[in-house]
Design a protein around this ligand. Structure first.
Ligand SMILES: Cc1cc2nc3c(=O)[nH]c(=O)nc-3n(C[C@H](O)[C@H](O)[C@H](O)COP(=O)(O)OP(=O)(O)OC[C@H]3O[C@@H](n4cnc5c(N)ncnc54)[C@H](O)[C@@H]3O)c2cc1C
Length: 437
């Protein structure tokens, strides 16, 4: 076995090893380096199923939980004013359509906004969708708002740029898939075993930021897992990458982006000509064995993926008919770690003093990239109390969930069985003609 990172003479400052180079990991590395930590290593296995590999992300401030909103406002400040992040946030505006079942969410958002002295959202009629997107007239009652302050982040580029900045300030990056962590009799993690060898972790703080794989790694290491309500459960979703004609891209690039809550979202990429994606927002778990674990796996070639692509195609045809002729380029299966109350868990492990767990939440934490690492750094340094990100079981009331429609009640196996019986999926598998909208 080769040793990837050698223990250097302890200088007094502790070393930090961050497992996972996604939102949590990269943001933490940046903040640690800014605070003067000199020995920061990010060990990442860039998995194509990780949400950090996505091409674009929404930025928005609206949540039902005021604490969630306050956290976003801290990142907003950096997205708007820090030269590192500023070039990558594009203020596109966003139309959000809420079905009757989602109206509580909108009411909660208005309540939270009012508590933070932000104006309530102006409610529009569904006619706005017809005016802007030339949608076919909508019989269903939809509550529509236009958030002109929402935007889209040019995701790959901001991640590359932040990684480069970390390297420029002394951060080290290594590729390798962590298999498990070893601890000594005192509970200190002293080695990190990877597919390539192992990392000596003596005198090191370990930040476990492996997103939807956190629970697998804890289990493989026989380390106590957080209570179920705080466990980041791997939750799957499909995104469909589109290739628009240049004319379509120019048109939709200049229009607000569009989310129909609980159904589908359309995002035209802010800079890559022709690129866009639709995300079908039905989320599912993939339980394995007899435990509560859910396992990320590539399900892009399943019947469910085809069914959801056909559903997304029909949605686009109805809601954004100007996209006729655009092509489905690829189906992408992504997984995120979702906790019961949809707050991340950022906490020192109760039994392993040099292990910090940082992950979870729900489909919303890419926008925290500039700030969330400050929270992890404060937990590591013991300088901040962040009880909302703690280990303890806490009530997961619907009102606290910021994305109630994305809580994973559904199981992949059940959905796949249903999809395999769907006549449209069978027809598509025979003819394969509908890659075009
Ligand atoms: C389809 C989709 C769309 C989303 N859209 C938005 C959005 O529009 N706006 C928004 O704000 N948020 C969005 N999110 C949420 C956001 O992407 C996540 O909250 C965020 O990426 C979570 O960050 P993380 O660092 O915890 O995990 P990740 O981003 O998953 O990072 C974890 C990293 O660890 C690596 N890793 C995993 N296992 C190992 C291992 N064993 N060894 C080494 N490395 C490992 C992974 O490859 C990855 O690089 C979306 C999520 C999904 C799935």
């Amino acid at each position: 076995m080769s040793v990837l990172v050698h223990t250097e003479k302890c200088t007094g400052a502790r070393k930090c090893l961050i497992i996972g180079g996604g939102v949590m990991g990269l943001s933490t590395a940046w903040h640690l380096l800014k605070d003067g930590h000199t020995d920061v290593t990010v060990l990442d296995h860039p998995d194509p199923l990780a949400p950090s590999r996505d091409i674009s992300k929404f930025f928005r401030v609206d949540y039902t939980d005021p604490e969630r909103m306050k956290l976003v406002l801290k990142s907003k400040n950096l997205w708007e004013n820090d030269d590192l992040f500023k070039p990558f946030l594009h203020r596109t505006g966003r139309i959000v359509a809420y079905p009757p079942a989602g109206v509580d969410t909108l009411t909660g958002i208005d309540r939270a906004r009012s508590g933070l002295s932000l104006p309530a959202r102006k409610h529009e009629s569904a006619r706005l969708l017809e005016d802007i997107f030339e949608s076919t007239p909508i019989s269903q009652q939809l509550e529509v708002v236009y958030n002109e302050d929402d935007g889209v982040v040019d995701w790959n580029r901001v991640m590359k740029s932040l990684k480069q900045e970390c390297m420029n300030t002394g951060g080290k990056f290594q590729e390798g898939r962590v298999l498990h962590l070893d601890s000594n009799t005192g509970g200190m993690i002293d080695a990190v075993v990877t597919s390539e060898g192992f990392v000596d972790a003596a005198q090191t703080d370990i930040i476990l930021a492996a997103g939807p794989w956190i629970m697998q790694l804890l289990e493989a290491s026989s380390i106590q897992q957080p209570p179920l309500s705080r466990a980041p459960i791997a939750t799957g979703i499909f995104a469909f990458h589109l290739e628009l004609t240049t004319q379509q891209w120019v048109k939709y690039h200049n229009l607000p982006r569009f989310s129909e809550i609980g159904v589908c979202e359309f995002v035209c990429h802010p800079t890559d000509v022709g690129a866009a994606k639709v995300t079908w927002t039905t989320a599912f778990r993939n339980p394995s064995g007899d435990g509560a674990l859910s396992e990320p796996s590539d399900v892009a070639k399943t019947s469910l993926a085809i069914k959801m692509m056909l559903d997304a195609r029909d949605w686009v045809r109805k809601r954004i008919p100007g996209l006729k002729g655009a092509r489905f380029k690829s189906i992408q299966s992504y997984w995120d770690g979702v906790t019961g109350n949809q707050n991340p868990i950022i906490v020192r492990h109760p039994e392993h003093p040099n292990l910090i767990i940082a992950g979870g939440g729900s489909y919303t934490h890419a926008k925290d990239l500039p700030y969330i690492g400050r929270v992890v750094t404060e937990v590591l340094q013991g300088t901040g109390t962040h009880s909302q990100f703690g280990w303890d079981e806490r009530p997961a009331g619907k009102h606290l969930n910021n994305q109630p429609s994305l809580y994973p009640d559904l199981l992949f196996g059940d959905l796949e069985l249903e999809a395999s019986r769907d006549q449209r999926v069978k027809d598509w598998n025979r003819e394969r003609s509908d890659w075009i909208i």
